[in-house]
Design a protein around this ligand. Structure first.
Ligand code: NAP
Length: 331
């Protein structure tokens, strides 16, 4: 990849391993865009759990070493390739993928992975859109085939993806329940689309959901599940007839009784951000850009980090509890 002769600060991973392999370099060449690419001055980059799995070498996606992590950037177009038609130098943009990595001062992205960033959102909010919101929309509409009026439980609603699920579901006319593990998280989930909230650290919260739900309906139609290894067994018990659990996050095995799916004809389906087709990217991208304009895509920023703090950020996103929105790098 050609370089424009300038140097930038960027995280480089030279071996898979613990968060400490995220090393900050100050002399990484700024790349120059190919014909269909945009060079972006990155102002913020989203931090996602998947980046920790890839860095640790335990994900099936294994980039060639060395590499710079990060896909969800927001910034300003600095230079565009000669075939690029949708963007020009100076445009505010956000990305759903990068060619050279987003934990850096500059990144390259293909035109088809770049979206306009409205003045309504900050760069940090722009960096919080891609993986969380594309996944949330895909889970609710492409996998659960959700319909307005249905009852959705966002099981783990206080993090980057959970808040996105709540905002989207509320905007499209679903009834929304959300869970969080701290009073601050519960409050934020309530302010971001949930009609009712429950604390998943309370031993009887499943019963509380059942009681409240029983007062108004016949079970939960859709569960968007952030920690299936903890919750899948309970989820099956909470579902309505024809209910669907969508596994968004899972960090290990769990024992379930398949019989729990029989009488309700319920289903368990996974969702994976990267499985979107070209048409899906276009449709979801358009819905989300429209959602920003309409005001219901409004990412909530949680802890912020500098690039120097990358190892801490990766440790925190896996170990911390009491999420309060999306973790981002301010660059
Ligand atoms: N399949 C995909 O394509 C895809 C895409 C995006 C994310 N994901 C996965 O989805 C999960 C969430 O991602 P994220 O970006 O939202 O991460 P995050 O910002 O770190 O949030 C983690 C969420 O999990 C919640 N949680 C903790 N303990 C829980 C429990 N016992 N039951 C239910 N929820 C619990 C946290 O709540 P408290 O901290 O308040 O307790 C918080 O809301 C991760 O595993 C991630 O890898 C998958």
């Amino acid at each position: 990849m050609a370089s424009v002769g300038r140097m930038m600060r960027a995280i480089r991973v030279q071996e898979f391993g613990s968060p400490e392999v995220l090393k900050l370099f100050k002399d990484v060449p700024v790349p120059s865009p190919g014909e269909d690419q945009i060079l972006i001055r990155v102002h913020a980059c989203g931090i996602n759990p998947i980046e920790t799995y890839i860095r640790a070498g335990i994900h099936f996606l294994k980039p060639y070493l060395p590499y710079t992590p990060g896909t969800d950037t927001a910034g300003v177009a600095e230079d565009v390739g000669k075939n690029v038609v949708s963007f020009k130098k100076g445009d505010r943009v956000f990305t759903r993928a990068t060619v050279t990595g987003g934990y850096a001062e500059y990144t390259l992205a293909s035109e088809d992975t770049v979206y306009p960033l409205s003045e309504k959102l900050s760069f940090k909010q722009g960096a919080a859109i891609s993986i969380p919101y594309f996944t949330a929309y895909r889970a609710l509409f492409k996998k659960a085939h959700g319909k307005p009026g249905e009852l959705v439980l966002v099981h783990g609603a206080s993090g980057g993806t959970g808040i996105a699920c709540c905002q989207i579901a509320r905007a499209y006319g679903f009834r929304v329940f959300g869970t969080a593990g701290s009073p601050e998280g519960l409050n934020l989930v309530l302010q971001n689309g949930a009609h009712q909230v429950f604390n998943h650290r309370e031993h009887d919260y499943i019963e509380k959901i059942q009681v409240r739900e029983a007062a108004g309906g016949e079970g939960i139609n859709i569960i968007l599940e952030m920690l299936a290894n903890n919750n899948l067994n309970n989820d099956l018990k909470l579902l309505s007839v024809g209910g669907r659990v969508i596994v968004v996050g899972c960090r290990g095995p769990i024992e379930i009784n398949p019989r729990d799916t029989m009488f309700k004809e319920s289903s368990i389906t996974g969702v994976y951000f990267y499985n979107s087709s070209k048409e899906d990217w276009k449709e979801i991208g358009a819905a989300l850009v429209g959602g920003v304009e309409a005001g219901w895509v409004k990412p909530l920023i949680g802890p912020e980090y500098t690039l120097e703090e990358a190892p801490q950020a990766h440790d925190d996103i896996i170990k911390s509890s009491g999420a309060t929105g999306k973790m981002v790098f301010a660059i």
